[in-house]
Design a protein around this ligand. Structure first.
Ligand SMILES: NC(=O)c1ccc[n+]([C@@H]2O[C@H](COP(=O)([O-])OP(=O)(O)OC[C@H]3O[C@@H](n4cnc5c(N)ncnc54)[C@H](O)[C@@H]3O)[C@@H](O)[C@H]2O)c1
Length: 262
């Protein structure tokens, strides 16, 4: 029997990048996967691709920043499939990072919008999914944080604040609902070459990033999706409340060490 036979998963932002990789991997392992994405066309393309390879997926057009839409998403999934076992809080308002400078220059509106997309949205999804998980005997929530959630940077101030919040949301869920078999963990990737990142990341920034990493390459979506699937599974039943970096070691060494490497 496949590992996730009979399990139902929601992947927010599952139409692209790491979310798409998670959708494909969960479906390949037997889960029924709901793609909750604002990009209707792309979500339906991923749904069709999963179905044509024998999996079960369903695109439900959702803007996870909107409480009514999140409530409707959860109601739809419960009406159709009867349970929710896995929630991958993956979507984020990444377009805002283009206008996310240092503290003094940051427009408070950008901070509000970033928190809405990156922190309030996973909070809303968790708020409405957790009672369904508890009613079904438990579940696993995986939140996409970032190394930006625990490091300082010269820009991306709002993004970093939102991801630090995601880490604390993870710990709150873990301690509040753990006894009802709901686990929560966060993943903190460094640069992952999703199609979107690959399209805009300048070569000099890639070179600098790799120079300061302990791997000779940047990450790929599959470097993260495998961990999401593991955390979603019963093999991770004793792991909860943690933040796991997938970062080529960039947060585990002093920057000066890389400069002194021969
Ligand atoms: N790619 C990286 O280098 C990187 C590094 C660290 C953390 N992350 C985090 O990983 C997660 C996934 O990033 P990615 O690079 O794979 O993203 P991506 O841009 O490739 O895909 C994001 C998906 O989310 C959807 N989305 C955006 N806003 C939405 C909303 N309000 N409601 C529903 N869907 C929405 C988009 O339509 C898109 O399909 C994000 O939380 C991001 O912050 C990414």
């Amino acid at each position: 029997m496949s590992e996730f036979e009979g399990k139902v998963a929601i992947v927010t932002g599952g139409a692209n990048g790491m979310g798409e990789a998670v959708v494909r991997e969960l479906a390949a392992n037997g889960a029924t996967v709901v793609i909750a994405d604002i990009d209707r066309e792309r979500a339906e393309t991923v749904e069709a691709a999963v179905r044509s390879s024998g999996g079960t997926a369903r695109a439900v057009h959702t803007d996870v920043r909107d409480e009514d839409q999140v409530r409707a998403l959860v109601d739809t999934v419960v009406a159709e499939y009867g349970r929710i076992d896995i929630l991958d809080n993956n979507a984020a308002s990444l377009e805002l990072t283009a206008n996310d400078p240092d503290v003094v220059a940051l427009d408070p509106q950008i901070l509000h919008q970033t928190l809405q997309g990156n922190l309030i949205a996973p909070f809303l999804c968790s708020k409405y999914v957790i009672p369904v998980m508890i009613a079904g005997g438990g579940g696993s929530i995986i939140n996409m944080a970032s190394v930006a959630g625990f490091t300082g940077d010269i820009a991306l101030t709002a993004y970093a604040l939102s991801k630090a919040g995601v880490i604390q949301l993870t710990r709150a869920i873990a301690v509040q609902y753990g006894k009802q078999n709901v686990r929560a963990n966060a993943i903190a990737p460094a640069t992952i070459l999703t199609p979107n990142v690959d399209a805009y990341m300048p070569q000099d920034y890639r070179d600098a990033y790799i120079h300061n990493s302990s791997t000779p390459f940047l990450g790929a979506p599959e470097d993260v999706s495998g961990l999401v699937v593991f955390l979603a599974s019963q093999r991770a039943r004793y792991m909860t409340g943690h933040v796991i970096p997938v970062d080529g070691g960039i947060t585990s060494a002093l920057a000066v060490a890389h400069d002194r490497r021969t």
